[in-house]
Design a protein around this ligand. Sequence first.
Ligand SMILES: Cc1cc2nc3c(=O)[nH]c(=O)nc-3n(C[C@H](O)[C@H](O)[C@H](O)COP(=O)(O)OP(=O)(O)OC[C@H]3O[C@@H](n4cnc5c(N)ncnc54)[C@H](O)[C@@H]3O)c2cc1C
Length: 402
Amino acid sequence: MIDELKALDGFRDDVRSWCEQHVPPGWREAQAGADHRQFAEFHRWWGAELRDGGYFAPHWPTELGGGGFDLLQQVILFEELARADAPRNSLYQVALYNAGPTIIHAGTDEQKAKFLPDIVQGAVWCQGFSEPNAGSDLASIETRAVRDGDEYVVTGQKVWTSMALEADWCILLVRTDPTAPKRKGITYLVMDMRSQGIEIRPIKQSNGQSEFCETFLDEVRVPVAYRLGAENDGWGVTNSTLASERGVVIVELAERLRRNGLGAFIDAVRTWTDEAGRPMSSDAGVRDLVARRHAETAVLRQLLLTMVTNIVRRGGVGNEASIVKLVYSELLQGLMNDATSLQGLSGQIERPPVMSAGWETGDWMYDYLNSFAWTIGGGTSEIMRNIIGERALGLPREPGVA
Ligand SMILES: Cc1cc2nc3c(=O)[nH]c(=O)nc-3n(C[C@H](O)[C@H](O)[C@H](O)COP(=O)(O)OP(=O)(O)OC[C@H]3O[C@@H](n4cnc5c(N)ncnc54)[C@H](O)[C@@H]3O)c2cc1C
């Protein structure tokens, strides 16, 4: 046991010194005003740095080109990346945490051989799940795929497709049997984003960026060989994608919130004054607010530790993942809301948006706007509450919801 702990300490030292040598100082400031293309370029460079360091796919087995790190090593890696305020590896999020694990779980040997090495080499993937009438109720998707020989012909519309402009490949949900009950007629495909018939329209977001897009599909041909799982059996495959997307990446996010978010908030409160020029830090209400956020951040950390311990014991993520996601995203939004309110009108002066594919721009107003990505994406807070109520607390299911 002592040897194991020593090995973990050694691993932490290695990651820390790698970060000291590789995280570019001032990268956040340098990204201010970057457009989408520049942002992607920077993140491709950072992905290559991580790959050279052996940290690009920490959770993948070594024989597939990953780091082969166990759970505790992954936690340490994410803690250290957060500690060093490294850029997040966000351009490859879908490739590494959604598409890759799904292919490992449900792909044939040929599919694994075709797609996995590409992912480790830096292919960008996007996720074509949500549609205008199918978000929380994902099983309602309407995008149609009709079999034509050894291809599917796909027509329909996806929405909120993050990084669609950059993506090489897309994990795509389509309806292959419109007469079957809605979860039974879905098929899971992998689509080449360079195929004919794909039109991508970026969506202008409240933060001024266009990270996600509408994706229109007009008779796009996808080889049957690129189907994951059986025809009409895509719902089960989808669940494996959704389960893996909330992996231990949340450790990194929560650690960044504790170090960068809360830490920066406390630093800012120390410098802010009210309209009469009095330090805000001497106001009892403000002190109470800061103390509350501090306590909530400590609770989040405790919940994370419980989640990690349970994963080690059970070998898989349980309901804690939904609890942690809910607590993290609502705390993040609350903290950014507090900071924006205390900063006052001066915080609303328009500045060049900072790209970070997350909330950590260091600009409270943008970070507040960006925080909605976390209370909506990956399952809204209401859906998280439904899951916690039904699966963790055993409350009756919501009437009328399949
Ligand atoms: C930053 C970001 C990135 C995203 N990236 C992608 C991506 O790459 N690919 C992709 O496919 N999708 C992506 N999404 C879409 C995301 O998965 C959906 O936005 C999400 O599932 C919610 O669906 P919706 O927007 O259709 O809202 P709806 O499902 O229409 O929900 C509207 C409101 O109703 C509430 N609601 C709905 N059903 C219930 C219920 N049963 N009980 C209680 N309340 C309910 C919701 O909580 C919400 O407040 C992204 C979203 C965001 C914000």
